[in-house]
Design a protein. Structure first.
Length: 128
């Protein structure tokens, strides 16, 4: 017989080993699949005196916007590299957006780390 399975592409470059089982009856040979990274890079821009951060547009290897729902993580450190907050959002129309409210982040120097699709970016920013 034939069995079919659908798998979602991983968000970063990975190697998967897949084995099929029929409980108590059979086990297939292991299939190894190497996935290449769909996203090679993404831009990061700021507006509103650096208080609004945009990640994207995040493009796939075919230069199309990535599907909605890609996790984008922002780690916010003070100037002494103490982690203050981790923010997580998902992409929509190839973009992700973070707000750095003056109610929580006073004016000054901050180190930001953005993680998405297996790519990390470190940026130093002055909030005004």
């Amino acid at each position: 017989g034939i069995a079919n399975a659908k798998l979602l592409h991983p968000v970063k470059e990975e190697r998967w080993q897949i084995t099929a089982y029929i409980t108590g009856v059979a086990k297939s040979n292991t299939l190894t699949i190497d996935f290449k990274a769909a996203v090679k890079d993404y831009p990061v821009t700021f507006s509103d005196e650096n208080r609004t951060l945009f990640v994207g547009p995040i493009k796939s290897f075919m230069n199309q916007n990535i599907p909605d729902g890609l996790e984008v993580q922002l780690l916010i450190y003070n100037s002494q590299n103490k982690l203050l907050e981790t923010k997580i959002t998902t992409s929509r129309n190839g973009m992700a957006k973070f707000e750095l409210s003056p109610d929580f982040f006073a004016n000054g120097h901050y180190n930001l780390k953005i993680n998405s699709a297996g790519i990390s970016k470190n940026i130093t920013v002055d909030l005004k």
